[in-house]
Design a protein around this ligand. Sequence first.
Ligand code: ADP
Ligand code: MG
Length: 245
Amino acid sequence: MKEILKVTNIAKDGILNNISFTMEAGEMVAIMGPSGSGKSTLLYNVSGMDHADGGEVFIGDSEITKLSEEDKSKVRLTKMGFVFQQMNVLSNLNLIDNIMFPALYAKGKKHEKTVRQQALALMEEFEIADLADHMTNQVSGGQLQRACIVRSMMMEPEILFADEPTGALNQKAAGTVIDAFLKINKKGTSIMMVTHDSKVAIKCDRVLYILDGQLRGELLLGKYQKEEEEERQKKINTWLSSFGW
Ligand SMILES: Nc1ncnc2c1ncn2[C@@H]1O[C@H](COP(=O)(O)OP(=O)(O)O)[C@@H](O)[C@H]1O
Ligand SMILES: [Mg+2]
């Protein structure tokens, strides 16, 4: 299998202390750990949104830690997608314009028609196409987060980074969002997702546990299957309780 992500001894400000791990292409990995343990910092440094003090990060063949800021932005825009708990949307634009915004920026205004078609097709797939003309405050949290997921997929990234994407949602909305991630993953996009919700983590292939900026453990679950839900939940509960969770 091809490696999509290779992180070696990444360090940052004493917050991250030499974390190493790899991800195979097509994997969906959850990062868990207590608040303040460095999960968001890890995600920002792995994706090149923040500048690490030491260590190496490869996304596919690109060594992120060696790129200029300009090249890093380019790689972020074309190879990576991002989804956050605080959905950063422009409240003066409707849903579809929010979704199209970064792709239009990347591809240029002359591609507006195809970008719109692509946005609508993806919105259809994630059941928000009928909301295209709604303003961002006229849709529910789950719908807005799915719009953010669609936005993150517009450039067909190889890897999607998500930081507590269900953190601000009720359980039902969280379910629709995690289903969207599973769908995307099934089509081949790798996903690295920070979550504190074990119900979300059990949908992932593998879970990493971060404590005090160190990688403390790893739980291998394999691809999610609904029949295994209970078994996976038991497994993760036992595993998490070994960390005093
Ligand atoms: N920009 C920053 N400057 C200084 N300290 C920070 C900064 N961002 C986060 N921290 C600190 O780093 C630690 C890890 O934070 P974070 O990665 O946000 O944790 P998590 O996402 O696991 O809750 C925390 O102690 C936090 O206070
Ligand atoms: Mg965080």
